[in-house]
Design a binder for this molecule. Structure first.
Ligand SMILES: Nc1ncnc2c1ncn2[C@@H]1O[C@H](COP(=O)(O)OP(=O)(O)O)[C@@H](O)[C@H]1O
Ligand SMILES: [Mg+2]
Length: 398
């Protein structure tokens, strides 16, 4: 067949024009969302290449979500010929459909083509239909392939960018959360430190008051009575023995009160016998039976004192608030942490924001420890303290 050079030049010119038009599209896709890219390609095929119908499916080779777009109004519903191709399982091959049929009112039979993107259509596919008699020419197919591959590259870039933006957003959110947590924790620590200082001041004031109202008064009384006794002795009065007896009684009461006061600061049984002995001493003052399982030996003094206060406060609460029939106290070391548990079978509903329990939490926090309270409204209370042991503490000591 003789080739008309003029027609051939016009055909090639049109092809170059279309190629330039398609090549300029990727620049417009930069920064666009993946669905926009598929829509842009389908629009360009129908608009620039003047096709009647275009279908674009773009997928990420990693298997992430695909996007699909159709353009052109040749079919009211999804065309059957394309549906057949998509479900045939032959997606990796290019297919030219000579007569796509079922086009109502079409003058010429429509022809279609399906072109896969990437190996085994892993990047998706492009399908187009047109009623031009020569469709799809080699140039049509080449242009479709080029456009489809441009789109696939842009699509993957868009996915990567979207992923990066998402990751950055997540990182920012995690950073903000962390900052908020640090701020919260700092505020908690500040408040807890203030409460510890206030509690220490209050304790000092109480000791001063107790000393002033108690032992100090008794000693003043003793001194005065002894002075009276001395004068009576000089005068050889007969009430000397009574005065000495009174002075002695006052001195003994002063001694008792001082002992009691010292006891209130830290009981001697703890400092001399350790946690186990102190827990038995506390349990002996309880109105109900206490089961004890304290499997620890001597511990650093600060740890022993804090554990003692936990047990003392928890047992006082059991006696005061719980109406429990049974209470268990256990202590043991696990992962270089002393765990102290006080469990009762009472009415539950302990409030961790009460001054006693909060004071415990503060004490524990000062040693990097934690207090956990489980006290459901339907009964039973667990007060659990975890106290990390300092690095130098021998792990084998129990
Ligand atoms: N073992 C418990 N069983 C039931 N209720 C408890 C128990 N321990 C504490 N509570 C409740 O929680 C509140 C807070 O306890 P706490 O902080 O020790 O304060 P306080 O003993 O000074 O009232 C108590 O007032 C009490 O109502
Ligand atoms: Mg209490």
């Amino acid at each position: 067949m003789a080739v008309d050079p003029g027609a051939e030049i016009a055909r090639l010119r049109a092809a170059v024009r279309d190629l330039v038009a398609l090549s300029s599209i990727p620049a417009a896709w930069v920064g666009r969302e993946p669905p926009d890219i598929a829509a842009g390609l389908a629009g360009a095929l129908v608009g620039s290449l003047q096709l009647d119908f275009a279908f674009v499916r773009l997928c990420d080779p990693s298997g992430a979500g695909a996007v699909e777009v159709t353009r052109g109004n040749t079919w009211k519903t999804f065309p059957e010929w394309l549906e057949r191709h998509l479900t045939s399982g032959q997606l990796s091959c290019k297919e030219v459909v000579a007569d796509v049929a079922d086009v109502a009112g079409a003058v010429e039979p429509c022809r279609g083509v399906v072109i896969p993107i990437g190996i085994d259509a892993e990047g998706g596919l492009v399908a187009a239909a047109c009623d031009r008699t020569d469709f799809p020419t080699e140039i049509d197919q080449m242009l479709l392939s080029i456009a489809a591959n441009h789109a696939a590259t842009a699509f993957q870039n868009a996915r990567l960018i979207a992923e990066r933006i998402r990751a950055e957003e997540e990182l920012r959110r995690a950073g903000n959360e962390l900052e908020m947590k640090v701020a919260e924790r700092t505020e908690e620590l500040r408040a807890s430190r203030a409460r510890i200082v206030a509690a220490a001041d209050e304790t000092r004031r109480r000791i001063q008051r107790d000393l002033h109202d108690g032992a100090q008064q008794r000693l003043v009384h003793t001194v005065i009575t002894l002075k009276l006794a001395r004068r009576a002795l000089q005068r050889q009065d007969e009430d000397v023995p009574a005065l000495v007896t009174e002075a002695l009684q006052q001195a003994e009461r002063a001694n008792d009160e001082l002992r009691e006061l010292a006891h209130g600061i830290l009981p001697a049984v703890l400092t001399t016998g350790g946690l186990r002995a102190a827990v038995y001493a506390l349990a002996s003052q309880m109105p109900m039976q206490v089961e004890i399982g304290v499997g620890v030996g001597r511990l650093p003094a600060a740890v022993e004192a804090t554990a003692y206060y936990v047990v003392a406060e928890a047992l006082t609460n059991v006696a005061k608030h719980s109406r429990a029939g049974r209470v268990t106290v256990t202590a043991g070391i696990e992962d270089r942490t002393l765990e102290v548990l006080v469990r009762d079978d009472g009415r539950g509903g302990a409030r961790p924001d009460g001054s006693g329990l909060m004071g415990l939490a503060d004490r524990l926090a000062a040693l990097d420890g934690r207090l956990r309270i489980e006290s459901p409204a339907d009964g039973g209370t667990l007060v659990a303290a975890a106290l990390p042991l300092a690095g130098s503490f021998p792990p084998s000591q129990t």
